[in-house]
Design a protein around this ligand. Sequence first.
Ligand code: PEP
Ligand code: MG
Length: 596
Amino acid sequence: MAVQQQINKFIQGIGASPGIIIGKAYLLERFKVRLPQKRIGRGRVEEEVKRFLRAIEESQEQLMEIKERILDPEVRKHSFILDVHTMILKDEMLLQDTVDMIRKEEVNAEWALDLTLEKLDSAFKAIEDEYLRERRSDLHYVAARIFRNLLGKKHDDITKIKGKVIIVAHDLSPADTLQMDLEHVAGFITDIGGKVSHTAILSRSMGIPAVVGLEVATSLINGGDLLIINGETGEVVINPTEEVSQSFLERKRRTKPIGRETLKSASLPAETCDGVRVRLQANIEMVEEIPSAKMHGAEGIGLYRTEILYLNRKDLPTEEEHFQAYRGLVESVYPATATIRTLDIGGDKFLPGYSKNNELNPALGLRAIRFSLKETDIFKTQLRGILRASVYGKLRILLPMISGIEEIRQAKAILEEVKKGLVKVKIPFDEEIRIGAMIEIPSASDIADILAKEVDFFSIGTNDLIQYALAIDRINEHVSYLYEPLHPAVLRIIRWVVRSGHEAGIPVAICGEMAAEPVYAVVLLGLGLDEFSMNPLSIPKVKKVVRKLRFDESQSLVEQLFQFPTASEIECFLRSWMAKRFPEDFMECDPEESKH
Ligand code: PEP
Ligand code: MG
């Protein structure tokens, strides 16, 4: 049904993949199927089970066909996501629970599957980590395919699109994204999704401009509407006036040469004008992101989040699976170093068989290293995989959520035990493997001078550090105005951690989102950080700033910043300084805006 035509309507979403484009909307019907709920009676139960299993089989065949059709080797690299979806289709919990539901409740397959999904969904919803929560969408993509097959609905074929369009959909699965023909698809926008969904990650790797999380796109846009999308800022304009189109095109003209020029210099060393060298590295979740990380000038991986290995499955990853994943990682990153962070999740939230405690304060609960030290078999399996991979390149281990010295000592003792086991069976590993601590809990930063003697490097996780230091829930939008990276307390903590690290002779990295903000680069540089790890796309911009700065000026700026008592004053002073220093790239501070 057509919706009322919108004229010059601005909507705001989340920029998932940069690029400004103008094009005609192509509405893709996805996920909007009405599910029939019927009681079927005992006599029809087995027939219904068969119908369900047939839909599963059909879904598997479709995924296989999609995979076979991807010819472009660059795009093929991402096709493992289709394997993940095929694995979900074989998931015992999904299959057996649905079949049991059909038999027990005597309901149709659609209803039974919907009930099973609800159950699996609530387990996913409880997960606090944004990245892991996003993985829930994989389950939904798979379910939508099964529903469509049950209902005999045709899948809109994305490969048959003609002309050059902007796809508008409620949601897009990674399978959809993988099939996009860049000849015909200029970009896409969706109602739901976040920056770290597989679809968003893919769009960045494939270079397709995209905006996600628009909420109302499919209810406001008709097929054929003219759209402007800005994949960086997340802005979308429906049927823009000539004047608005021109201003976007002007912005596109202005940003393009900077983009190209910045990318060209991405591989240059991150060195200040007065010769101080820092290292800019990438945060990644999948090995598939490495080519993009390299293209954007990453000198190694500063944070490889390993949580994805534990997802979408009923069992735990085996040592061999860990080994293969880490070997792939270190080999592709070589000769640079890969930093592998051990499991960082409140284990009882999603690991099968570990849903014992329903924690009231999961952020303060059995998370990360605490979980690994409790479930030592799971930890040992991961460590064996890491150690075995260590001879295939350069890697170092990072321990998340360290709160005190005992945790490091215990983790190191377990590592030694695993090493001994490997020696016994003559499996080689890097005997000098470096081990680092994430500094993201105030108790750890307070004793950074003591901790520094126990580890080979520090990595400051500002996402959590700010949360715990300022008592601001990082995912609670009601207090997000208090989430201030430039809070004097945060700056003091970073200064102390860097000093402590350097006094003990170890490098200090930062791997929170703060590292990705070019305006903060001067502050972090002046504070003396050695390594900055961030999402790959931000590296060129940060590098550009670093290369234009002098280390001594960043140091004296930081000294001045410490004179101010509030984050908003610090921010305002900093932004004005940047605007004077780089007038073409940064704008003057608006004191009113910096208060909010
Ligand atoms: C951090 O806390 O800053 C960090 C990098 O870890 P995560 O965002 O995965 O908690
Ligand atoms: Mg963290």
